[in-house]
Design a protein around this ligand. Structure first.
Ligand code: PMP
Length: 293
């Protein structure tokens, strides 16, 4: 379902309106400095998925920026649920929420006692198509030249924008980022590889964002009896991986079947989505039904 973005419902500083009518002053520090944080929360059957994990991470990002969380948990939940109800026809949605430090005279140091600017809107979810899932995604690798605090979900996304464009320029879907010879993450996703039946992803730390789906996939692996290890992944392990997967709120769990133009995997499964992906995808669909609140 496509809907003009201007007609989407949004809350700006507690006021409900149309996204196309929402305005913030040009002196907002989000506009001047990218001084803010965000979350993207999936909604299935009009119920929020893993919302506590998203709001916990929002709290961590705000704390890192020394911005006070503008709402208590229950107030966040009320606001998000009310937003979902304002797209009544749409079962699966994606909520974008952003908190910036607020409006002040320009100066790098943090002004005291600002009122944070809070924006939240919802839109129909843009899920991967069955065709994309069948074919798998294509990725390219590039040097991770972003700042060193990838754990903060900052709205300053220029590094991620430039990284994604490396893929876009080659007609690929996502860019896998390499720092000091090791995989960090994708431009807007976490990256996993399968080796000898075990699922691997780099451990959370300052270099990358701890995706909400990192813990979820660990739980699903536990349930399915798949070994799952968080350990550094050398760049050289990517071309020889049995499978490569991406996770994010919008991609859920997705198979990567081409890396730097070469097919991923071995034997009959070369260039095709693999069995670990298939099991995780099925388990993910179950989790969506069971864990949405
Ligand atoms: N890393 C980056 C840089 C991202 O932008 C995202 C998407 N928010 C992720 C990882 C995956 O996080 P999540 O599973 O919470 O969507």
């Amino acid at each position: 379902m496509t809907m003009p973005w201007a007609d989407l419902p949004c809350y700006l500083n507690g006021h409900l309106g149309r996204l196309g009518d929402a305005r913030v002053p040009v002196m907002d520090r989000g506009f001047l400095f990218g001084d803010g944080v965000y979350e993207a929360i999936p909604v299935y059957g009009r119920r929020l998925f893993r919302v506590d994990d998203h709001l916990d991470r929002l709290g961590r990002s705000l704390k890192a920026l020394r911005i006070e969380d503008p709402y208590e948990r229950e107030a966040w939940l009320d606001l998000l649920r009310s937003l979902v109800a304002h797209l009544p026809e749409v079962e699966d949605q994606s909520i974008y929420l952003q908190v910036t430090r607020g409006v002040a005279a320009r100066g790098h140091a943090m002004p005291k006692d600002l009122e944070p600017t809070v924006l939240a809107y919802t839109q129909p979810m843009h899920a991967l198509t069955p065709e994309q899932r069948h074919q798998g995604l294509s990725c390219v690798t590039a040097r991770d030249f972003r700042w060193q605090r990838g754990d903060i979900k900052s709205i300053s996304l220029l590094g991620n924008v430039l990284a994604r464009q490396v893929a876009a320029d080659q007609g690929a879907d996502e860019t896998l980022l390499i720092r000091d010879g090791c995989l960090t993450e994708g431009s807007s996703s976490n990256v996993w590889i399968v080796r000898d039946g075990a699922l691997l992803t780099p451990p959370p730390g300052e270099a990358l964002l701890e995706g909400v789906r990192v813990r979820l996939l660990q739980e699903l692996c536990e349930e399915l009896g798949i070994a799952c290890n968080l350990r550094p992944i050398a760049e050289t392990e990517l071309p020889t991986a049995d499978e490569i997967l991406l996770t994010s709120a919008s991609k859920e769990v997705a198979p990567v079947t081409r890396l730097d133009r070469e097919p991923v995997g071995h034997g009959a499964l070369r260039g095709k989505p693999g069995p670990v992906y298939a099991k995780l995808y099925e388990a993910y669909q179950r989790a969506k039904r069971l864990q949405s609140l």
